[in-house]
Design a protein around this ligand. Structure first.
Ligand SMILES: [Zn+2]
Length: 156
């Protein structure tokens, strides 16, 4: 099995392998996509037809001209779409819905949510809040509580 990522906010934490978790909507059949102990390939933009991507902007490198690469050379900034493999260590459900202006997680205090955001590869802002994490989940309809699965892994 595999997980694919495409959010530029979490690319640095994928590249340095501090990201060790992903949160995905619970599948319609109510069964998480994987179990503890299974090994997963971790991809950047798995479906892209290009094999190399830019560390800086996350876009595919498919021409000789790529603005981010200048003046550095290509080998320094390019990375392959297969980031590595990970063995799943934890799988659990959470329930999220939108509060006044930010997602809330059932049973989680603010610090718990921040810890979840940190493991997910997001960085705090100057105010210590994980605005990027909140913004990311606002893409879902959270007007009613929505179930997600948290998958955690150890990089192999
Ligand atoms: Zn770039």
């Amino acid at each position: 099995m595999a997980f694919s990522f495409s959010a530029i906010e979490i690319l640095p934490s994928l590249l340095n392998k501090t990201k060790c978790q992903t949160i995905r909507p619970l599948p319609k059949n109510g069964i998480p996509r994987t179990k503890v102990g299974s090994v997963h390939k971790l991809f950047w933009k798995q479906r892209s037809k290009y094999p190399l991507f830019c560390r800086k902007c996350g876009n595919q490198i498919h021409t000789r001209i790529h603005n981010c690469l200048f003046p550095l050379n290509e080998t320094k900034l390019a990375f392959p779409k297969l980031l590595g493999t990970g063995t799943i260590t934890e799988v659990f459900e959470i329930e999220m819905w939108v509060g006044n202006d930010a997602p809330l997680i059932k049973g989680y205090r603010l610090q718990d949510t921040y810890e979840l955001a940190r493991r997910d590869g997001f960085l705090p802002g100057d105010d210590g809040k994980y605005r990027g994490f909140y913004d990311y989940f606002m893409r879902y309809d959270l007007s009613t509580p929505k179930r997600f699965v948290v998958y955690r892994w150890e990089w192999d």
